[in-house]
Design a protein around this ligand. Sequence first.
Ligand code: 13P
Length: 248
Amino acid sequence: MRRPIIAGNWKMNNTAAAGVALVNELKPLVADAECDVVVCVPFTDIPAVSEALKGSNIALGAQNVHFAEKGAYTGEISADMLKEYGVKYVIIGHSERRQYFGETNETVNKRMHAALAAGLIPIVCVGESLEERETGKTEQVLSVQIEEGLKGLEDVSSIVIAYEPVWAIGTGKTATAEQANETIGFIRKKCGEVFCPKCAEKVRIQYGGSMNAKNCKELMAMPEIDGGLIGGASLKAQDFSQIVHYNK
Ligand code: 13P
């Protein structure tokens, strides 16, 4: 059995003060969660939110990590810097990073290995664009993202994978539960071929892209879908907690 994991990706939202207020509202609402709960916050929110989360069942995540241990990489943050504040998860290769900041499968791979080496759990994002889906290239694109982005992994179940179709992010357009289930099933099958079938059975694969309080139940009922990576709906404590309680 794979333990479901619901993670909020705040993206570039919430100052530290606003972030603390949000998690303080969230804590009692999700205290009885039956799944793993994570908030992935902006770097500058990490110290204060880390403090606010102490003693709670909400784990802290970051939204990126650099591959070098330290050095001349202006504007970047290392795994050690995250670890110091109790960060447990880190999103890597979000489509917004790929689209706007030149991330490639190669940089995703390097960041993933650096995160693992430091004991962080990477949430590696994969997903196709609308054009790629419409021209029948979804499986090809995902295959390359898995082969190159996850290259060198000993055990694929040491990471979390987030399947985020780019056309569903922030658009209000969700993949249907069947579409998401089928594509995540493909990702798992591919991981079985590239890595090992046993690890592929164990790896948790989230769906991301306009997941909200209304559609989470149907998505989470799908056998291949092990959780959600939630953008917009993670910014409101009530909405996010309803997703955490998707089965209620
Ligand atoms: P939305 O939930 O706002 O569509 O964002 C999804 C996402 O990109 C999570 O990483």
